[in-house]
Design a protein around this ligand. Structure first.
Ligand code: AMP
Length: 588
């Protein structure tokens, strides 16, 4: 399937016709932007006319537009309608340098190719999974809500793409891996991808936060702009320009923003360039360490973007002495590696290194083309979907034989109190007391049958009550989770790990999954929209097994927040994270 991918940026415009299956470029055209005296539209117009002429013989099935800011509204690629255009326009406040020019490209392309389906693919979408704690600045909450101030993250297509390539290379599912991906190009960002989801990223509300970049400062003391204003009389626009266009490597080195020449000058002894390289890599190492801490470990660290793919010096400075994390660099491999079209992933860690160090060629155009192709393939399917019942699951635990022995005595067998909707599962008569550092919760139900690992599933409120910081996890993923103490009538058991906040999920059979067009471990969105109060649950995990019965599980906090009761009904939108399928069905 041929997709025309358009990236109308503030300083250049690029177009490519991409075969979405193979990634082959059938046609490419690029131009530096002319000064847009007449506005973005007149600057882009000649380019797009030329493009239209040149691709007229190609069988293009859709157009994918790169859009920088999707705000809170867009968690995935979407088909462009007049409404979507308006939403992108409304987001221009958040990205004044980027969204207006992206939008001008969209409007022109819709005029020039009125019959082709067009899609917007957002830099921010992949980071929709950032947990609240990573999204939120410590500013007054009402002010943030009013103005949409929060961390959104960028470079999402690249981070998602290289995480996928890393997993394929490591012959694993990326949803089993913790990946730190470093996109080091003209713009730079690092992302912590935990089991397939972006959970922390260095760019924030705008692409200015985080790493040192070509011309952007990255993190600075937020007191500096006000200080500069007072001391120099610079106005807001001048400070904005300073931080976006004259800082970073360019500002530090005084030798432009090209890492190649900065490295050359450093080697010749230029102290400013040397310091630029040191500040750049120091900041990067700091983020890598921080993200390993956030995820409680890491399986692969990926270097991509013009600098990450090509500079052995920067990779060496960033990745040496990471032995404490389990990442051991092979300096020879790092020095000699050369990425090509056919060898687009190369490992440069030692063979015994537990953490893999990978250089990966990123391909944002292909990522865009794939998202569009997926949407095109699925959107015509008829939706006759089954209804999905919702169940609210109270706090509970799953225990091992050994733990049950400690709590209830050797060889104790659980007594069935009630069979649950999932075949074979039951709530036992037996309960335990869960003890945290702050408080204890009594009569927490044990669910049977026994399992191979202990797991205590609590709500966010329970977590704060107990004094335990538990991550949101799918059932069974208890690595690097906190423990607790359990008390039973025959004794106590100290769990080293196993306390989680259950990730809201939908159980379904393979037949259901085929019908919904989703796969096991897809992450979807569920909108429970009754007439008077609509509510959307993002980040809903799909679990597929022939043994399951179709049902969505949320915890008591979520049930309370949504005022959901048994028998409620509404509308369900399933938005698969990969390919963003939008579907509707009734839940009840
Ligand atoms: P990108 O935005 O991904 O195209 O990356 C652009 C950046 O990559 C520029 O700062 C280039 O100087 C840098 N770059 C490209 N090739 C090399 C190289 N061989 N060594 C160091 N930096 C490089």
């Amino acid at each position: 399937m041929h997709i025309l991918v358009l990236n109308a940026g503030s300083s250049s415009i690029k177009a490519a016709v991409v075969e979405a299956g193979t990634g082959e470029r059938v046609f490419e055209l690029g131009a530096d932007r002319l000064l847009d005296r007449g506005g973005h539209r007149s600057a882009l117009h000649p380019f797009l006319l030329e493009l239209k002429d040149k691709v007229s013989g190609l069988n293009i099935e859709g157009i994918g537009h790169r859009v920088v800011h999707g705000g809170a509204a867009f968690d995935g690629a979407t088909r462009i309608t007049d409404g979507v255009e308006q939403q992108i326009e409304a987001l221009s406040d958040l990205a004044p340098l980027h969204n207006p020019v992206n939008l001008a490209g969209i409007r022109l392309a819709r005029e020039l190719w009125p019959d082709l389906p067009q899609f917007a693919v957002f830099d921010t979408a992949f980071h929709h999974s950032l947990p609240k704690r990573a999204q939120t600045y410590a500013l007054p909450k009402d002010l943030m809500r009013e103005h949409g101030i929060r961390r959104y993250g960028f470079h999402g297509m690249s981070h998602k793409y290289v995480a996928g390539r890393a997993a394929t290379f490591l012959k694993d599912d990326y949803r089993n891996l913790r990946i730190i991906s470093c996109h080091l190009g003209n713009g730079c960002s690092v992302t912590a991808i935990e089991f397939g989801r972006s959970i922390e990223t260095s760019m924030g509300m705008t692409p200015l936060e985080g790493l040192v970049m070509g011309t952007r400062s990255g993190d600075i003391d937020p007191g500096i702009p006000a200080y500069l204003q007072r001391k120099t009389g610079m106005d807001t626009a001048a400070i904005d320009a300073l931080l976006n266009r004259d800082s970073g490597l360019k500002g530090l080195s005084g030798a432009g923003n090209d890492m190649r020449s900065i490295l050359e000058r450093s080697a010749e002894g230029d102290p400013d360039c040397q310091l630029a390289v040191q500040v750049y890599t120091h900041r990067l190492r700091k983020y890598i360490g921080a993200y390993a801490a956030v995820m409680g470990g890491v399986d692969a660290i990926v270097f991509t973007g013009g600098i990450g793919e090509n500079s052995s010096v920067i990779r060496h400075r960033a990745a040496q002495r990471l032995d404490y994390l389990g990442a051991i660099i092979d300096e020879d491999l790092n020095n000699t590696l050369a990425l090509t079209d056919t060898e687009d992933v190369i490992s440069f860690s030692r063979s015994h290194s537990r953490v893999k160090l990978l250089a990966i060629r990123t391909d944002e155009q292909l990522a865009i083309a794939r998202d569009c192709a997926k949407l095109l393939r699925h959107e015509d399917e008829v939706n006759t979907l089954p209804t999905i019942p919702i169940a609210i699951s109270a706090r509970h635990c799953h225990l091992t034989r050994a733990t049950l022995d400690k709590l209830y005595g050797e060889g104790h067998e659980l007594t069935v109190k009630k069979y649950l909707s999932q075949p074979g599962q039951f709530a036992a008569e037996e309960t335990v007391t869960v003890v945290g550092p702050r408080n204890r919760i009594e009569r927490v139900r044990i669910l049977g049958p026994l399992r191979s690992a202990d797991q205590v599933e609590i709500s966010r409120t329970d977590e704060f009550f107990l004094g335990i910081d538990a991550p949101v996890r799918e059932s069974g993923k208890v690595e690097n989770t906190p423990g607790c103490q359990l008390l039973g009538p025959a004794g106590s058991a100290d769990l080293e790990d196993g306390v989680i906040c259950a990730w809201r999920h939908i159980h379904m059979t393979p037949e259901d999954a085929a019908q919904f067009g989703v796969q096991d471990r897809d992450v979807v969105e569920v909108a429970i929209g009754t007439s008077d109060r609509g509510l959307t649950f993002g980040n809903v995990l799909i679990r597929v097994s022939p043994d399951y019965k179709l049902e969505m599980h949320i915890d008591t906090d979520e049930g309370n927040a949504a005022e959901i009761q048994s028998g409620d009904s509404g509308v369900l939108n399933v938005t698969a994270s990969e390919g963003q399928l939008r579907r509707r069905a009734t839940v009840g």
